[in-house]
Design a protein around this ligand. Structure first.
Ligand code: ZN
Length: 442
């Protein structure tokens, strides 16, 4: 379908100027939204028509911090118990990522991308690590992204933790991928420079990365102050806090993403705001790892653009949003606090972040934007309008089934059925056997 009109659905546009539209229809042509207008004004005999009555039409959701490879361990818990965040990394993630093969990376990415389509998430900003299979790892993820039809921004997380030769391989992997996808010519795949965290990167590494980032004119994607131990390590070894070190090496710019930021001071938050970088909060992961609850209200107060990611806990962004809101109530010890601060992370700020990579209007239903959209089965039993739409998203639509997922105007799922060229059953069977083998090597 090159040109079509979707009609009959209530539209939640995520456009602050007109967030809720009833009796409107939306025209798609060549992968873009070309018109949104009352249905009667939009008839076109050269168009196909999609009847979406009884559904909500809204933008495809954006996950601003993810790890595709985590899909390999869903449901498994064979790592030694962890008493703190460092042990979570040492007992699980840093043992697991060393065992990943290139095939594990492709299969886990494809499974995760399919899950994204089912949950209505159409753009994913990923952060990858596989120290024993670095070279070509981002191309494996890219292949899975292309084959499933979603959009993604990829990076390889550089770290000193496995020695300098592996660090240098990580730098090289970023350089090669950014030279292919960093220019913005590919509509679907984008690139950032990945860094693990300041506590696993010495000054020599920060200096090398800074040179590369300036030569390539790209942003970085790094875990920052996820746990208080990141701050303690940097203060002890470098006499500086996390953001101070990153700023000293001129590593933050308007393309950059800091994941978590749970333990940043107001001064560091102002430094992030001044650099134009965004912080991406991941509430379910922070609760799971017992590292604290990010003070999103303070971040907003200090002028930071705060987006929402899941850190691989889920591909259901509305579920992450709900938990984020409740966690903020607890953080502020006030059940009314943070409603707009938290809602804005997913609904308004993730589009602001994603538009830096995917262009104007991305993540919103607006004329000229990429036609990345979802239809959700939701027939409201209380009034849905421009005053209540955010409450409906958090408390109602988050519980409803995603019916259809569209990226670049193409239907990747229709009526709950995937429309992909991949054999999902075969892929899942291979994933089970790869996951079993991975745990035997663990
Ligand atoms: Zn992460």
């Amino acid at each position: 379908m090159k040109k079509y009109i979707i009609h009959g659905a209530d539209i939640l546009s995520f456009d602050p100027a007109r967030p809720y539209l009833s009796d409107n229809a939306l025209m798609v042509e060549n992968g873009k939204i070309v018109k949104i207008a009352p249905y009667g004004d939009l008839k076109d005999k050269n168009c196909e028509y999609v009847d979406a009555s009884g559904k909500i039409l809204m933008p495809g959701l954006i996950n601003a911090h993810h790890h595709f490879y985590s899909t390999m361990i869903t449901g498994l818990g064979k790592a030694a118990p962890a008493a703190n965040f460092e042990e979570v990394l040492r007992n699980l993630w840093w043992r697991l990522d060393k065992k990943l093969s290139l095939r594990d990376i492709y299969v886990s990415s494809a499974i995760s991308a399919i899950d994204a389509i089912r949950k209505g998430t159409t753009s994913v900003i990923d952060h990858h690590a596989s120290p024993s299979a670095i070279s070509g790892s981002l191309l494996q993820i890219a292949l899975a992204v292309k084959e499933t039809g979603i959009r993604a921004s990829l990076c390889y997380e550089v770290s000193d933790r496995d020695g300098f030769s592996i660090r240098d391989e990580g730098i090289q992997e970023n350089l090669e991928f950014i030279s292919e996808y960093g220019s913005g010519q590919d509509d679907y795949l984008k690139a950032l420079f990945g860094m693990h965290a300041a506590f696993t990167l010495g000054d020599d590494s920060l200096s090398k990365i800074s040179k590369a980032v300036h030569a390539l004119n790209c942003g970085v994607h790094i875990h920052a102050a996820e746990s208080d131990s990141d701050q303690r390590y940097n203060l002890e070894h470098y006499g500086k806090r996390v953001v101070e070190r990153l700023v000293d090496f001129d590593l933050l710019n308007s393309q950059s993403i800091l994941a978590h930021g749970v333990h940043l001071t107001p001064k560091e938050l102002r430094m992030v705001a001044d650099s134009g970088a965004a912080i991406v909060t991941n509430p379910q992961s922070n609760l799971n790892n017992a590292v604290g609850i990010a003070d999103v209200c303070e971040m907003v107060k200090q002028g930071v653009t705060v987006g929402l990611g899941t850190d691989a806990m889920t591909m259901n962004m509305l579920q992450e949003l709900r938990v984020g809101l409740w966690a903020q109530h607890l953080k502020q010890e006030n059940p009314s606090a943070g409603f707009m601060e938290i809602a804005s992370t997913l609904l308004f700020n993730n589009p602001i972040i994603a538009q830096k990579y995917w262009g104007t209007g991305h993540g919103m239903l607006t004329e000229g934007a990429n036609a990345d959209m979802i239809l959700v089965d939701y027939d409201p039993h209380t009034p849905l309008n421009s005053e209540t739409w955010i409450g409906h998203l958090i408390n109602g639509i988050s519980q409803a089934r995603v019916d259809s997922t569209i990226v670049g105007g193409e239907f990747l799922m229709w009526g709950g059925e995937l429309l992909l060229g991949l054999d999902e059953r075969e892929l899942r069977a291979e994933s089970r056997s790869l996951s079993q083998a991975l745990w035997e090597r663990f």
